[in-house]
Design a protein around this ligand. Structure first.
Ligand SMILES: Cc1cc2nc3c(=O)[nH]c(=O)nc-3n(C[C@H](O)[C@H](O)[C@H](O)COP(=O)(O)OP(=O)(O)OC[C@H]3O[C@@H](n4cnc5c(N)ncnc54)[C@H](O)[C@@H]3O)c2cc1C
Length: 364
């Protein structure tokens, strides 16, 4: 089928864009590397398929090798992992990562789980794990109570978010607390107390997947894709929505998707919520002190933090140590290094994702 609009990502944003575009008569193709629609939150829900829209699942777009009149990037975000002693032990997983495993069949009934890091995702993950029968013994948020209270008061503008927060409330939630060292069967927290657990589910916020946008030449603003009120980027025909334009949750992703797909102005403003999320859950400087010289930074290439000393940039360190040159192409260590050392990525080039051989063949 010859298409007018190609959408990368079948999460809430991409699906809303597809519905909007189809409604105004466009022929739409949606590409997603998962096996079904829904993105991170609704993972693989077949009931979200849209009649008359072509979906290609299990396909990674690792370079811009698709023809399009309009390209809508709805690639979402990934978790930010910060290195600390023990973070590579088998019982330490990403918070969203553990949730994804549970949604796809991992049994956690009766398992003791510590959920730690930062952001509203921790509460969503804890609620899902509890529903699956896990014993969530602690939910540790690095932000202080003071910041959380300020954030909470700011929610009066979004009653639906207050309802969500109440639904997700967890009696084992602690603020101003973070993991300092994981060891077999447990984790020691910043107050010196050790918690025994089967899993430590740990994530320090979300990082937007801006690689395809950068490849297309789109301008960024503060690390996110810059767009106008129609979700147009700085590149003709290329649009960006959802987490790519600011971490702000499902409602924002859907509103922006609708605007980009249908060609109408964005309804409502989500900027205040995006800013208050960012301010509340800004990472505290103490998190930079967790890493030690022998702590692994690049898990793909076995590079330790001490090996990065003496270099001035990510590129220099990469050339000398192979840091960021493994299968994940710096998607995990890159944002951590940016937080720890302030080194930004210098450029992106294809393939932008760890790519399967069949997709590599498609690339060439
Ligand atoms: C691990 C994780 C778990 C989360 N869990 C929750 C939760 O439980 N509750 C909650 O409220 N919020 C959750 N969130 C936040 C939530 O994902 C967002 O608020 C919202 O779903 C964003 O929608 P989106 O459409 O922008 O992106 P997403 O829902 O992330 O969808 C993006 C889609 O694009 C695909 N994709 C990205 N790049 C490519 C590419 N190059 N080629 C092909 N496909 C690509 C991704 O695999 C994904 O399916 C989670 C986020 C993450 C990262």
């Amino acid at each position: 089928m010859k298409v007018d609009t190609v959408i990368v990502g079948a999460g809430p944003g991409g699906l809303a864009a597809a519905r909007g575009a189809k409604r105004v008569g466009k022929r739409v193709l949606v590409i997603d590397d998962n096996w079904g629609p829904g993105g991170q939150i609704w993972r693989g829900r077949e009931d979200l398929l849209i009649e008359g829209v072509e979906f290609q699942f299990g396909r990674q777009l690792a370079q811009l090798d698709v023809g399009f009149g309009q390209l809508i990037l709805a690639c979402g975000a990934r978790e930010l992992f910060l290195p600390f002693p023990g973070w590579t032990l088998p019982h330490v997983l990403g918070a969203g990562g553990l949730q994804a495993l549970v949604k796809t069949g991992l049994a956690v009934k009766g398992k003791r789980v510590v959920v730690a890091g930062s952001g509203p995702l921790l509460l969503a993950v804890a609620a899902n794990l509890k529903k699956a029968g896990a014993d969530v013994v602690l939910v540790a948020e690095q932000a202080s109570w003071k910041r959380l209270m300020r954030f909470g008061f700011g929610l009066w503008r979004s009653p639906s978010k207050i309802v969500q927060a109440v639904e997700l409330a967890n009696g084992n939630y602690r603020a101003g607390l973070w993991p300092v060292e994981a060891s077999v069967g447990g984790v020691t927290m910043s107050d010196g107390k050790r918690w025994d657990c089967d899993y430590l589910a740990c994530g320090f916020g979300l990082v937007p997947n801006v690689e395809l946008a950068l490849l297309a030449g789109c301008q960024l603003k503060d690390g996110f894709v810059a767009v106008d009120e129609y979700q147009k980027t700085s590149v003709d025909g290329v649009y960006a929505i959802g987490e790519l334009t600011g971490i702000g949750g499902v409602e924002k992703a859907e509103a922006e998707g609708e605007a980009a797909g249908s060609g109408q102005k964005l309804q409502g403003s989500h900027a205040a919520f995006v800013h208050s999320l960012r301010d509340c859950f800004a990472l505290r400087p103490e998190l930079k002190d967790l890493v030690r010289a022998k702590t692994l930074i690049c898990r793909c290439e076995d590079v330790r933090f001490g090996q990065l000393q003496g270099f001035a940039s990510r590129r220099e360190a990469k050339l000398q140590t192979r840091c960021g040159m493994g299968p994940c192409q710096g998607r995990v260590c890159g944002p951590a290094i940016e937080f720890l050392l302030g080194w930004e990525a210098d450029r992106v080039r294809p393939p932008v994702l760890p790519v399967r051989v069949k997709d590599l063949i498609r690339l060439n």
